[in-house]
Design a protein. Structure first.
Lengths: 392, 392
């Protein structure tokens, strides 16, 4: 097998780098943002839509696919690519996050985790070994170790969870069988810089193909998130992928690329799209707002996505207002295009040596969503999730 | 203006005919089925999807567009074509059917109808004149007269409603201003053959561009529907379009083309698609059925729609089961393609002189949905509609 990750250029003034991931289903040029297709479908989009907006890789989820449609079905259909008719690379998350957040966790021990399905309450068990087998049978190009995810909290718990995550990572490495599949570790350690550093160092010693930073973007402040990233990135092997899980707001992408992150995924652009919130270069715009009801302009002037090329704000306002499914699809296309094209633009600036200036200009123009609003939205979402988990 | 409807060929053995409708936004080859985009969007589909499945014309609805987004907005966006980014012909229904079924009718008099919006209860009034002005401002290529729709019932009521519909048709003709817009009349008369005949004769004397048959497919038996069609079609001008409103089951399309119908619209293919019911040449197939959970075959072997070309029954089963919006879109594409391609196939057989044999073979292979099931579904739908009208 050739090298999985090749660095093409490093930024002189920042930690940023440009690279290519080689996978069994084609390359991924980095920095890259991967849309999330939790249940083997990026919500509202077809594979042709994804190609059209420039997506290179799609993320799916072992926990969800294991429960529905089940791995036997996916295997019989020739694997996840053929099942969902997506020819490009697929990354599956192990489901660690879902077991600890979405499912009803029954017990966790050194061997694995027992949980109840969020769909029908049936009991299931994941071990590091079963989780690797599951993802290899699903047929993803890049798979993730099983980790113990927890909310940022007390040090004692963070430390014992970290030790377990590390032992599980060793077992995942040993359990891997498929040569054409790449396995990434997940750095944990809560909001403790020394634990993050310890985790990065421990996992770096394992023969993994890439390194995710997990347990961030789960409610902490942006300053805390960047502080943890600063504590982690320098301790990861330079020539392996760095993947920041669950991060998807534009300003976080720019700041993380600045710190040497290569890969991102997040449900944010697709989830907020279905609520009418649209990502622009100056911040979020809510298309439900009455002032858009007769606005003939596209969502963003100069945007080349197929939504902005064909439809007005007034039409999108009408579709979202009348709950037409086409509206959710058109807003999803715009938001994913916004992030995918942002990573492509950062790539060009990194290659041209103009990334530091780009970053400065971007952060000057962009107004992030207020932290209070973010916290309120998160709490409302958590409440909804508890009441109606299938909407997650 | 050139002739609106040109007959290219008539079937020797049946009433069937092949023609072309000329409109300001291009031709429609008949027989044709027009997908319904009630709120300026065919549910779940984009204009590119519609072109891809072979749709030639889209139907929209003056009542719905009048309420949301309002005619001012559509006019400011350059008309309905530009608003929804659909370059082909658009037909708007007048909203007569909606005023009598969906809205809360307050009063009807010889001058017009006063109703309350199904959305917010606000009071509105349509007259024949305002309804024509409305549709001309929306910018449809083909518009419909305002008619009094009612459930099949007593003769006295059917007769007085018919008289009013006729007087309104005369006023619609007088109110029309735009030269580039075509106006169709609507034959009513309930389930009374002599009233249907009287209506066809009355409207034939008016300078209308085409003739719809209304008030059918509203709960009567299929035998009654065909009986009414037999009583109507022979009394309509041969060289004008014949449009059967609200009819969209495959066997009805074949039987109606046999009786000389040129144009159809119906929400059936899109509505049942969102419930997982798929139209095939042998009848309906419900993709929710457990036997499809690992079926690698397409919905229908040989079908050239983009759903069948790319996705398995197992994947569609999974998407519908997990309520992924992509599933509703893929099933909608298949069902609309099924009807659009059925009309295209009938056109070829009419041109080749093989339509009688095709009809025989089709009706032998196809198992229509059981009348009891149809009635049950209709009653359940009516109940849902009363409880939650916006889902209509």
């Amino acid at each position: 097998m050739p090298d999985h990750f090749t660095i093409e250029k490093e930024c002189a003034g920042t930690g940023g780098r440009v690279g290519v991931l080689a996978t069994a289903h084609g390359p991924v040029e980095t920095p890259a943002f991967a849309p999330v297709g939790t249940q083997a479908a990026v919500k509202t989009l077809s594979p042709v839509d994804l190609t059209g907006l420039g997506a290179q890789m799609v993320l799916s989820n072992a926990y969800h696919l294991y429960l529905r449609p089940g791995v036997d079905v996916i295997e019989r259909m020739g694997g996840v690519h053929s099942f969902m008719s997506w020819p490009g690379p697929v990354l599956t998350d192990s489901g660690g996050f879902q077991i600890f957040s979405l499912a009803h966790l029954r017990s966790i021990d050194d061997d694995g985790a027992t949980f109840r399905s969020h769909i029908d309450g049936s009991e299931h068990r994941f071990t590091p070994e079963s989780c690797i087998e599951l993802q290899e049978r699903i047929g993803a190009d890049i798979i993730m170790v099983l980790d113990e995810c927890h909310e940022p909290g007390e040090r004692d718990y963070a430390e014992s969870a970290l030790d377990r995550t590390h032992r599980w990572a060793e077992r995942c490495v040993a359990a891997k069988r498929r040569e054409d599949v790449r396995l990434y570790g997940i750095v944990q350690g809560g909001l403790f810089e020394d634990l993050r550093e310890r985790s990065a160092a421990f996992l770096s010693a394992l023969p993994l193909d890439g390194y995710a930073v997990g347990g961030l973007s789960v409610g902490e402040s942006k300053a805390d998130m960047l502080r943890m990233l600063d504590a982690t990135a320098p301790h990861l092997p330079k020539h392996k992928t760095r993947y920041l899980m669950g991060v998807g707001s534009p300003e976080d992408l720019v700041e993380s690329v600045h710190r040497g992150v290569d890969l991102f995924d997040c449900v944010l652009p697709t989830r907020i799209a279905r609520n009418g919130a649209l990502i622009t270069r100056t911040g979020r715009l809510n298309i439900r707002n009455a002032r858009f009801h007769d606005d003939p302009a596209p969502v963003e002037e100069g945007c080349e996505c197929c939504t902005c090329s064909n439809f007005s704000r007034a039409y999108l306002h009408h579709l979202i207002h009348t709950q037409e499914m086409l509206g959710y699809r058109l807003t999803t296309i715009h938001n994913l295009h916004a992030l995918v094209s942002l990573t492509a633009e950062m790539r060009r600036h990194l290659l041209n040596g103009t990334f530091p200036q780009f970053r400065e200009q971007f952060l000057r123009d962009f107004t992030p969503t207020d932290e209070h609003v973010r916290r309120h939205n998160r709490e409302a979402r958590t409440k909804r999730l508890r009441e109606k988990p299938e909407s997650f």
